[in-house]
Design a binder for this molecule. Structure first.
Ligand code: NAD
Length: 296
């Protein structure tokens, strides 16, 4: 029997993810609250329901790809869980706080359903190419039943542990990424002032212990890595607004657990300032400009 998937939230990420499920033969029924997103989905041959509740009422799996945890919990509480058939698998792939993911999970279980958190990394390009990384929190059984579906949309799928731990992995990974992107940017600016060329620093650090994704893939200066956003005036890539959002969730987790994460806190502060201006729509590696100018 073909699995019927209610795909709710057909935005930048959701639309290409849903399209890949349709292409793989899943019986997808989509919905989005924004008419333009619905039109774009129809144009991509994704069948659309009258409402999210209508889509969920006749599905084996309900997959949500919403902007925030509030959207997920509101939708769960305001009809989705009540409308779904008993034992429906709820997969939330939105990036939300760890405690919100745990709340969503508890709500789903209390309503007689199964639930996993399965946030992603890889951005719109990964969503289009079906190469997302999924970080999953939930039981072994629910992970196993979601796996074939996630494999259509992603390439690296890791079961991180119980409910909320997919979001925990996402928040920790992005905190590493933010701190390392800032460190790489500071090193290039320092190198400039010491008379080092970008290429010389790149050639040394990318083959030494300073090697990291922020340097060797997302190099914040034009030249050494021709595909990095720095070569196209910092068009994203991964927009500053999204990094600032994820670091806000990291800060929530840092404070909730009383963790001494000073670098993470500082990265959150710097990216909040970056995203308050035009950094919101630039790649997050563009923070090097603000560091160079002393404006962040
Ligand atoms: P988006 O704003 O483009 O899409 C979210 C969609 O959800 C919107 O179209 C919105 O109308 C819809 N929506 C909200 N409430 C709804 C409801 N109750 N029912 C139906 N639709 C509803 O955002 P996006 O860029 O696609 O990101 C989605 C999630 O993925 C976010 O949590 C984001 O943090 C995460 N994420 C995004 C990226 C990226 O590069 N864009 C990368 C990784 C993770």
């Amino acid at each position: 029997m073909v699995t019927r998937v209610a795909f709710l939230g057909l935005g930048h990420m959701g639309l290409p993810m849903a399209r890949n499920l349709v292409a793989a033969g899943y019986d997808v029924i989509g919905f989005d609250v924004v008419p333009a997103a619905v039109d774009a989905a129809r144009a991509a041959d994704i069948p659309i329901a009258e409402s999210g509740i209508a889509a969920a009422s006749d599905a084996d799996v309900v997959l949500t790809m919403f902007p925030s945890g509030r959207h997920v919990i509101d939708a769960y509480e305001n009809g989705l869980l009540a409308a779904a058939r008993a034992d429906t698998l709820f997969i939330d792939s939105s990036t939300i706080a760890v405690d919100e993911a745990q709340t969503a999970h508890e709500l789903a279980l209390a309503a007689g359903h199964r639930s996993i958190d399965a946030p992603v990394s890889g951005g719109v390009v990964g969503a289009e190419n079906g190469t997302l990384a999924f970080m999953v929190g939930g039981s072994e059984e629910d992970f196993a039943s979601a796996l074939p579906l996630l494999e259509v949309m992603g390439r690296r799928i890791v079961h991180c542990g119980g409910p909320g731990l997919g979001q925990a992995a996402k928040v920790c990974n992005n905190m590493i990424l933010a701190v390392s992107q800032i460190a790489v940017a500071e090193a290039f600016v320092l190198g400039e002032r010491l008379g080092l060329t970008h290429q010389a620093l790149y050639d040394v650090a990318s083959n030494a212990s300073g090697q990291c994704w922020a340097l060797s893939t997302n190099c914040p200066v034009p030249g050494p890595v021709p595909t990095s956003p720095a070569n196209r005036d910092y068009q994203p890539g991964f927009a500053g607004a999204l990094m600032a959002k994820d670091l806000g969730l990291a800060l929530q987790a840092i404070e909730g657990t009383g963790t001494d994460a000073r670098m993470g806190r500082l990265a959150q502060e710097l990216y909040a300032a970056f995203a308050a201006g035009d950094g919101a729509s630039r790649d997050f590696s563009g923070i090097i400009t603000d560091i160079r100018e002393g404006t962040v």
